[in-house]
Design a binder for this molecule. Structure first.
Ligand SMILES: C[S@@+](CC[C@H](N)C(=O)[O-])C[C@H]1O[C@@H](n2cnc3c(N)ncnc32)[C@H](O)[C@@H]1O
Ligand code: SF4
Length: 335
């Protein structure tokens, strides 16, 4: 029986983080002062192996999951990632298999990933302006290489390609319109994400959030928009279509319009901790029982029990009281 949580929400999506490492140091995610040379990333032996991930993924599918998304850190820095994709693509019942990447290694990996069975891809890109992009990734990575990666993904049919842009006040607001124009022309869905207070390292302040409504108004003033209904219950992005039918955008307003009520998502960290909320305080260890020889039945029961006990709705409760709670870092569980 597929479990429901305490607010009657089913488990439908699983985000699997395959590494906590990244070749970028995005200011809002892995600021250098914290994720510097001395930062202790996970050791290789701590990471779930591909076989362990695939075994858990099967059990999550048995518990109701239909959509798998690989993330990180930067998932493409994990060695042999296409081999994991091939294992996941074989699991019956998976309706959607996708990946979120910063795009830096995509030009090389798009073809092997598609060949392994990846169906589509989301690329994070915060600006088309090279100077702004380099400042935000903080490793001086040029935007042209990400654009080449996106082209490579398109060429091998990893479609529909979605582009995620985090908008942070004072950093890349000026990139909103150029990004909208560029991706509208190419027929990609661009999604704007409100800068969130995940983790403890990014020094989040409400003033730095550009509300989704403001982003929509900015675009609408130049390229008129109309609202679209969600594709499915629990979709996190609000959809908007250009009135001239030339495409659509999405806005993910997790700060100003929280959407916990329909959240069907769980997250598995690279070392096998299950988080039932992006703002989870602590994860539940699945690796220990896995490595101690638990049967599929035992592991499946643990997953179901954890989901049944879930009552998280952090974003809706966000307030002075919750803002100081310990939270997991975004780079640890992959957004
Ligand atoms: C943590 S990354 C992991 C996957 C991959 N490295 C990438 O950048 O796409 C997943 C998503 O989280 C977003 N993200 C990271 N920190 C964020 C924050 N503080 N607020 C909103 N989105 C954030 C990123 O922009 C990215 O789209
Ligand atoms: S957002 Fe993605 S690319 Fe940027 S630091 Fe975080 S994990 Fe790396």
């Amino acid at each position: 029986m597929e479990p429901l949580d305490r607010l009657d929400r089913p488990l439908r999506d699983l985000r699997i983080s395959v590494t906590d490492r990244c070749n970028f140091r995005c200011l809002y995610c892995m600021p250098r002062e914290v994720f510097g040379r001395d930062f202790q990333f996970l050791e290789r032996a701590e990471l779930l192996t591909f076989e362990e991930i695939a075994r858990l993924a099967r059990l999550f599918v048995a518990a109701g999951v239909r959509k798998l998304r690989l993330t990180g850190g930067e998932p493409l820095v994990r060695r042999d990632l296409p081999a994991l994709v091939a294992l996941l693509a074989e699991i019956p019942g998976v309706e959607d298999l996708t990946l979120t990447t910063n795009g830096s290694l995509l030009a090389r990996l798009a073809a092997p990933l598609a060949a392994a069975g990846l169906r589509r891809i989301t690329v994070s890109l915060d600006s088309l302006d090279d100077a702004t992009f380099r400042r935000m990734n903080d490793v001086d990575f040029p935007v042209t290489r990400v654009l080449e990666g996106i082209e490579a993904a398109e060429a091998v049919g990893l479609a529909p390609i979605k582009i995620n842009m985090v908008v942070r006040r004072g950093l890349n607001e000026a990139s909103v319109l150029p990004m909208a124009r560029y991706f509208r022309e190419r027929g990609f869905i661009l999604r704007f994400i409100e800068y969130m207070d995940v983790g403890h390292t990014n020094g989040w302040r409400m003033e730095d959030v550009v509300p989704a409504a403001e982003i929509v108004a900015t675009i609408d003033a130049e390229m008129p928009l109309e609202a679209l209904p969600p594709n499915y219950p629990g979709e996190v992005a609000d959809r908007w279509r250009y009135r001239d039918r030339s495409g659509e955008i999405g806005v993910i307003a997790s700060v100003t319009q929280p959407f916990c009520g329909a959240c069907t998502r769980a997250r598995l960290s690279a070392e096998g901790l299950l988080f039932t909320c992006l703002f989870g305080v602590r994860g539940h260890d699945l690796r220990a029982p896995l490595r101690a020889g638990a049967t599929d039945e035992e592991l499946g029961e643990r997953i179901a029990a954890l989901w049944r006990g879930r009552s998280d709705r952090y974003s809706e409760l966000r307030s002075a009281a919750t803002i100081s709670l310990p939270k997991v870092e975004m780079s640890h569980i992959g957004g």
